[in-house]
Design a protein around this ligand. Structure first.
Ligand code: 13P
Length: 352
């Protein structure tokens, strides 16, 4: 039997956690699966093809100066195998620019029961082999997402259990392969639930996830937790009773052990401004035992995508939008964001 020296793996993973969470940067989630990117392109009237996806990712990943605000990028499998127009593989391009390349390794959501309400995450078939291949390709960290819906009787105990076990199993496989796991239990924004419901469910889900990580002997210090912010559901018109940042600060402080390597936020359908404002409030709401950063998808890309759709042959205006959002969130990470500065940037760049 081949003996694997895991001490090198550990050193690599420690560096990777530090690098991803270095202040005041954050992570760009650009790992939309085929169905999701199709939806994003359709929303701005863009045709979807392999080459269109490659060019869009080139627009994002080859943005000059991105490394000032972005420490790592999560890619989809297809993107991790693609290259820039000059032939440089995206993985190498990111590394050359001082950005850590990562990859989504789950295979999406499968409905549980007869309705489409709840899901478990798929992707375990051949996972250890795929992770080994990703390490050889030069990827350093991974992401696996499970979702939890809030509603009457939801999330069900079964789905909380199954997804928490799945996240722990995935994290264990990642660390065995030398990849830092981002563990993403996303409590969905959809629904008319209250902020109090959101807090309760996030606490419950994160507690179960941490319990399962510990049971699976996953190294918490080499794990990054990606979470939703606590807020009312998207169809609930009643204002939050408490600021999203302060509520989220309380939820995380009560729930996550200090040993966790770091925490990052998803944007989950909040607008770009909401996500940044809420994150800024969170940063101003206290100090935390773990580094806390952003790992937004839509809240970093929406304006850039819209801009790019107006003329896909031109990258630079779209890149200005991406850099602006990245800079605003980097300010929010240290609690220094202001709406005035944000809209000054928008005014400068937004003409569509
Ligand atoms: P959003 O910020 O658009 O929620 O995307 C983050 C992500 O990684 C979802 O899995």
């Amino acid at each position: 039997m081949q003996i694997i020296d895991t001490s090198q793996f550990k050193l690599g993973m420690i560096d990777c956690v530090r690098g991803l969470l270095i202040r005041p940067k954050g992570i760009l989630a650009a790992d939309e699966s085929f169905p999701t990117i199709a939806k994003r392109f359709a929303s701005v009237g863009l045709p979807n093809s392999e080459e269109a996806r490659r060019r869009y990712r080139e627009m994002l990943l080859a943005t000059g100066g991105l490394d000032e605000f972005i420490s790592g990028v999560i890619m989809f499998d297809e993107t991790a195998r693609q290259a820039n127009s000059d032939g440089t593989p995206f993985i190498h391009l990111l590394e050359q620019n001082g950005i850590i390349p990562g990859i989504k390794v789950d295979a999406g959501l499968l409905p549980i029961g007869s309705s489409d309400v709840e899901n478990v995450t798929s992707g375990f078939d051949g996972l250890p082999g795929r992770l080994r291949e990703y390490v050889q390709m030069g990827l350093r960290f991974a992401k696996w997402r499970s979702t939890f819906r809030i509603g009457p009787g939801l999330p069900s105990d079964f789905v909380v259990d199954a997804n928490a076990i799945g996240l722990a199993q995935y994290a264990s496989f990642c660390q065995n392969a030398g990849l830092v796991p981002i563990v993403e239990p996303e409590v969905l924004l959809d629904g008319d639930h209250s902020l109090a419901d959101s807090k309760r469910v996030i606490i419950h889900v994160l507690t179960e996830v941490v319990r399962r990580l510990e049971q699976a002997n996953v190294r918490l210090d080499l794990t990054i937790v990606k979470t939703s912010m606590a807020t009312r559901g998207s169809t609930n018109k009643v204002e939050n009773q408490e600021s999203v940042g302060a509520a989220t600060a309380r939820v995380l402080s009560e729930t996550l052990p200090p040993a966790i390597g770091g925490v990052v936020f998803l944007s989950g359908g909040m607008s770009e401004l909401e996500a940044t404002r809420n994150f800024n409030e969170f940063s101003q709401s206290g100090s935390y035992p773990w580094p806390v950063s952003f790992s937004f998808g839509r809240a970093l890309q929406n304006s850039a995508l819209k801009r790019w759709a107006t003329d896909p042959s031109r990258f630079e205006e779209a890149r200005t939008e991406l850099l602006h959002r990245a800079r605003m969130n980097s300010l929010a990470r240290v609690g220094d964001w202001s709406p005035e500065e944000d809209s000054a940037g928008e005014g400068r760049t937004r003409k569509f």
